[in-house]
Design a protein around this ligand. Sequence first.
Ligand SMILES: Cc1cc2nc3c(=O)[nH]c(=O)nc-3n(C[C@H](O)[C@H](O)[C@H](O)COP(=O)(O)OP(=O)(O)OC[C@H]3O[C@@H](n4cnc5c(N)ncnc54)[C@H](O)[C@@H]3O)c2cc1C
Length: 366
Amino acid sequence: MVGEFDLPLDIIDRKVTKMKMISPSNVAVDIGQTLKPHEYIGMVRREVLDAYLRERAEKNGASVINGLFLKMDFPRNNKEPYVLYYTEYDNKKGGMGEKRRLEVDAVIGADGANSRVAKSINAGDYDYAIAFQERVRIPDEKMIYYENLAEMYVGDDVSPDFYGWVFPKCDHVAVGTGTVTHKGDIKKFQLATRNRAKDKILGGKIIRVEAHPIPEHPRPRRLSGRVALVGDAAGYVTKCSGEGIYFAAKSGRMCAEAIVEGSEQGKRMIDEGDLRKYLEKWDKTYWPTYKVLDVLQKVFYRSNPAREAFVEMCADEYVQKMTFDSYLYKKVVPGNPLDDLKLAVNTIGSLVRANALRKEMEKLRV
Ligand SMILES: Cc1cc2nc3c(=O)[nH]c(=O)nc-3n(C[C@H](O)[C@H](O)[C@H](O)COP(=O)(O)OP(=O)(O)OC[C@H]3O[C@@H](n4cnc5c(N)ncnc54)[C@H](O)[C@@H]3O)c2cc1C
């Protein structure tokens, strides 16, 4: 994303080159050993990244309005504009804001998981996870451990279907977790995540708490007339990693490119067919990535024995290389057939062991 979107390096808080994957029984495997010297996972704070992107858009000619979109009127034909109704906030009227309207040729709904643009076009719902995150300022000497290291915890305690994390930011760490199936228990999972990392974050102070829905799959409809959805509004977060920032930026760019091309640089009115090109390109490029990660999540996040197997597999250099290549370059990277075969055998081995372990544990419970 840094290269593709030409982001300055000073907005990146930390360059993570070591990722610890920690199993339910606290077996830790270091992944990241196959990274090349220039490769890293960039850690940003959204308030910094978003502000940078907004200011750059403004410098490049966008009119930025601090407003809350409320609803829209639809055109009766392909010549009329859409009319958007919104409250504009200019920081002068004690936060009350002023009702405004705006006529536009096309709408890109980039308004996140609770998208009102999606509701306006009856885009339908998606399953969603709740992600919960606390920013914790920890003593400087503890921060040294997290200098270029992130942690992922798996286990029934931290999440029944996702993972808990400790990600380093500028002068603090973000500790969080997520779940689709047991949303009401999110605070219990968060406490367990904090507990698992407790020695490393001891003495930390919570400076910010964040919680938000994360879509599990694309909405039934992502397009209607000259309105298209991108990012979380469309439902573009990958399973397994819960990653959505790159996909939000990329889908926004792809959609904008379709509008520029379809309108011949603003000389003609676009139609639904022009926007459909964005959706077709998107699905063709990313469908395999979403599918592979969906299957991985279903296989490996379903029980503690399967998670032990998952962490065991992560020790394999080939798995690490495939995972990081796919993660860093946002593509399911084709593998080497011989190594793929070895991986398949190892995976089956790990899962068989996991299953045997599960049976033994069930016997113990009886
Ligand atoms: C706790 C947590 C941790 C996460 N960690 C990661 C991570 O490590 N890596 C990663 O890649 N992804 C992560 N994600 C997912 C990622 O945050 C989202 O996928 C991403 O932010 C989607 O970007 P977006 O622009 O589509 O939506 P958002 O980031 O939700 O942005 C939507 C914007 O629209 C604005 N908006 C909403 N409604 C209106 C309205 N009516 N009028 C005007 N404006 C409106 C909002 O204020 C917001 O600025 C995480 C999510 C959570 C909740």
